[in-house]
Ligand binder design. Structure first.
Ligand code: P61
Length: 465
């Protein structure tokens, strides 16, 4: 079997519209070559992100009707709190409107000015909140993660010797915590292994360092552990998720991914003092500590989504294997991309796709724009634009990974949509030499990729068509 048939049937459909190449050429020019600035209506297949783009189940839609919209003490909050405690095992939970709000509150509490925050690769919002709190991010992921062709099965792992080096250089008092992400997004959705997390726990216990989990894609990570790691083939996804969380001191979570909802997040921890302070902060920035920026119905759908994500192993198997199917098609077509295939997305390697474009002319940004023009599929740049400028030198960071992310929303697209996408990208690969680099015409200071505007470095003499 080439892919895993969907463990659901379709009850409601949302029409999508195919446009002409000429229409899309004008649309991308209007959007200044930034796929974030396209109108969703002009997109045929939207692979910009898996964040908040999932299809909810009938049980989740039913749960929305059970929203208790009380300002204080909504019954949906208590249900959500119990669900987080039961599935992830943390003692305390504070709801937030999405993941970055949880990152903000946690960073302000745990980071002192001048601290270092090691992590298994940066994430844009996570690192920004660390920096805004006065911290400096230090990458301690294994070297293999920076190599798009390396077949390591757990490229999200932390290199413990890099942690040791940091402890030796700056001392444990200067380390706020380690930020540990499952299915590392910027590395290509690459999982961590339980063995690595156990070893890290031992190391951190020895030095008195906290492990704070980015829990956004732990269910997907659990699937890779079940499939690839010795001793886990007969454990359920639910058991594996709980075991991962058990080695950590708390987590931030964007519920818009694994938890199968369109909005939401939370912060969870075992430390009571941290909980008391997080509740004090959530009322300043988000809302009361029993809704944190979500409505009662949002919390109802979220609790149901968390339960569904681990209820059976069928859902996650289908989800990750559909992503893998796209990767397999691109492998057959010889299109360079990150291997092994990640859980939520396939990441094209723009350095190898467009070797004629220098990294400061943003090859991944240019490739995402041309994929849209060729196919109507929307993807996202994950390279030099996303990485931003080094706050000390002001230079572009020029990360090793210059990628375009084709992100698969959950329970939304069928195999035919995936076939269409792969065929279009394979076609574009054949005419890649015609693609030109880009330069900024507007560059925001923070998280510049969201709103930046570009134009081609030279006129598109031969339109790519
Ligand atoms: C995404 F272009 N991710 O992947 P929030 N941690 C992790 C995430 O993946 C994540 C957040 C924290 C998004 C949305 C997004 O540069 C970007 O609920 C591992 O989005 O606040 C979000 O959670 C933050 C896209 C975020 C971006 C930042 O598409």
């Amino acid at each position: 079997m080439k892919y895993i048939p969907e463990p659901f049937r379709i009850k409601t459909v949302e029409p999508i519209r195919m446009t002409t190449r000429e229409y899309r050429r004008r649309a991308i020019e209007k959007a200044s070559y930034n796929t974030f600035l396209l109108r969703s209506e002009d997109v045929y297949i939207d692979l910009l992100t898996d964040s908040g783009t999932s299809a909810m189940s009938d049980a989740q839609w039913a749960a929305l009707q059970m929203g208790d919209e009380a300002y204080a003490g909504s019954k949906n909050f208590y249900d959500l709190e119990e669900t987080v405690q039961e599935i992830f095992g943390y003692k305390y939970m504070v709801p937030t409107h999405q993941g970055r709000a949880a990152e903000h509150i946690m960073s302000q509490y745990l980071i002192k000015k001048g601290d270092y925050v090691p992590g298994n690769m940066y994430f844009t919002t996570t690192r920004l909140h660390q920096e805004l709190a006065g911290g400096k991010f230090v990458d301690v992921i294994i070297d293999e993660a920076h190599d798009t062709t390396n077949p390591h099965p757990f490229k999200g792992n932390v290199d413990i010797s890099k942690m040791q080096r940091l402890v030796d250089e700056v001392g444990v008092d200067k380390i706020s915590y380690i930020s540990y992400e499952t299915c590392v997004n910027m590395a290509g959705g690459q999982p961590i292994s339980m063995a690595n997390l156990r070893e890290l726990r031992k190391f951190c216990d020895k030095h008195g360092i906290k492990i704070m989990l980015d829990n956004t894609r732990t269910v997907e990570n659990a699937y890779f552990i079940q499939k690839r790691e010795e001793g886990y083939a007969n454990k359920s996804i639910r058991e594996i998720v709980k075991e991962i969380c058990s080695y950590t001191d708390g987590c931030t979570c964007s519920s818009k991914k694994d938890c199968l909802v369109n909005i939401g997040g939370f912060l969870a921890m075992n430390d009571e003092e941290f909980f008391v302070e997080a509740k004090a902060q959530v009322v300043v920035y988000e809302g009361l500590h029993t809704y944190g920026g979500m409505s009662g119905r949002d919390m109802a759908a979220l609790a149901q989504g968390i339960r569904e994500s681990v209820e059976t192993d069928d859902y996650i198997k289908y989800r990750v294997e559909l992503t893998n199917y796209l990767g397999e098609l691109l492998t057959e077509a010889g299109v360079p991309h990150v291997v092994p295939h990640g859980g939520h997305a396939i990441f094209l390697d723009a350095k190898r796709f467009l070797p004629h474009i220098d990294q400061d002319q943003f090859p991944a940004q240019a490739l995402a724009a041309e994929i849209y023009v060729e196919t109507g599929v929307r993807a996202m740049e994950r390279g030099n634009v996303s990485s931003g400028r080094d706050p000390e030198t002001g230079e572009n960071r020029r990360p090793k990974l210059e990628l375009v992310r084709l992100t698969i929303p959950r329970r939304v697209y069928t195999q035919a949509h995936i076939d269409y996408t792969a065929e279009g990208i394979a076609r574009l690969y054949q005419k890649r030499a015609q693609i030109k680099g880009l330069k900024f015409v507007f560059e925001p200071k923070q998280l510049r990729f969201f709103q930046a505007r570009f134009e081609p470095t030279e006129p598109v003499a031969v339109p790519v068509s």
